[in-house]
Design a protein around this ligand. Structure first.
Ligand code: TLP
Length: 338
């Protein structure tokens, strides 16, 4: 059964054209730095984001972990949002494996961290406290694009405090396409950026950590320590190269479909949803009844999947087309009309 799978853009499948491209990828032993496709992808990532170097890693989680461990020594701290993926959904790996003290602050719905909260979370230079070294942001966060002015403000603040700045840019290209800002522009304020190739961009595996040469060399060593050194993974890297070349501008289709979905659902009584909040590929909604389990079961029966507890999240992506969106709206109309 083909599902209309709106659980996440992590479910994207490589297209036939991407698979063809993967078939002919040149490969080599990446631990020796000899995989031509991985080397090409890393060069491309660094060039696109305007940084010195990049490292191909199996997941966004590992990419963020390597950033945290490369910026922070054991026992040092990182300030981040209390709803950030790094804080909430990466098994606290930075703390467990990296011994990085996670210093969470309230995260605004738009993904920003209030400067006053960040300032208050920064540990004083005092032996009683884990020394703060890093601030982490996320763009997009829950589908919201961080304003460029905010990024510059946070850069100025980090500089004033002698701190580094990392961006969890799992959906950076969604932010680029939605805002019209350049990749360079969004990446420029950050010392390191993690981008995911395996979400809306449609590659089967992988992320890139991008930053200064010395940081990426440290991250490469840590990746090996964590068992992430790869051998002939060039076919996967080629998928990433293909995605960067062919699947960025089409993200606008995902955003358009998310807006159409939001408008269609917002019109239904019993659904709490503001279509004006949809900036990229994510639609969040609540049922006035609050009871989502029967809805999820009803939808699964009709071959429609999405997730969430209380607030429901529906994510459009490469494998979701216009007909799927209309089918989902029809299914919701039927359910809400019962
Ligand atoms: C902002 C951000 N940063 C990092 C990651 C981790 O990427 P992977 O480790 O799954 O490649 C994710 C994945 N997010 C997934 C999703 O949204 O369905 C789940 C929640 O892990 C992410 O959303």
């Amino acid at each position: 059964m083909r599902y209309i799978d709106l659980r996440s853009d992590t479910v994207t499948q490589p297209t036939d054209a991407m698979r063809q491209s993967m078939l002919h990828a040149e490969v080599g032993d990446d631990v020796y730095g000899e995989d031509p496709s991985i080397n090409a992808l890393e060069r491309r990532g660094a060039e696109l984001l305007g940084k010195e170097a990049a490292l191909f890693v199996p997941s966004g989680t590992m990419s963020n972990l390597l950033a945290m461990m490369s910026h922070c020594q054991r026992g040092e701290g990182a300030v981040l949002g209390n709803a950030a993926h790094i804080y909430r959904y990466e098994a606290q790996g930075s703390a467990v494996l990296g011994s990085v003290a996670l210093q969470p602050v309230p995260m605004q719905a738009d993904g920003t961290l209030a400067l006053a909260d960040v300032r208050a979370a920064i540990a004083p230079d005092d032996a009683h406290f884990a020394q703060t070294r890093l601030i982490c942001l996320e763009n997009t966060h829950n589908g919201k694009v961080l304003p460029l002015a905010y990024l510059h403000e946070m850069r100025r603040f980090a500089d004033s405090q002698g701190l580094r700045l990392h961006l969890d840019g799992a959906r950076l290209f969604n932010a680029v396409v939605a805002s019209g800002q350049g990749v360079h522009e969004i990446a420029a304020p950050f010392d390191s950026v993690s981008i995911c190739l395996s979400k809306g961009l449609g590659a089967p595996v992988g992320s890139l950590l991008v930053g200064a040469q010395d940081l990426i060399e440290r991250a490469r060593r840590l990746r090996k320590m964590l068992g992430g050194g790869m051998r002939q993974a060039g076919s996967l890297a080629q998928a990433g190269l293909f995605a960067l070349e062919q699947h960025v501008t089409r993200l606008a289709d995902d955003h358009r479909r998310a807006r159409r979905l939001a408008e269609g659902l917002a019109a239904l009584p019993g659904i709490e949803l503001d279509p004006g909040q949809v900036q990229t590929n994510m639609v969040f909604l609540r049922l006035s009844s609050g009871e989502s389990a029967p809805l999820l079961a009803f939808m699964k029966e009709r071959g429609i999947l999405f997730s969430g507890y209380g607030e429901l999240r529906l994510v459009t992506h490469l494998q979701i087309n216009d007909d799927d969106i209309e089918e989902v709206i029809d299914a919701f109309t039927e359910y809400m009309g019962r």
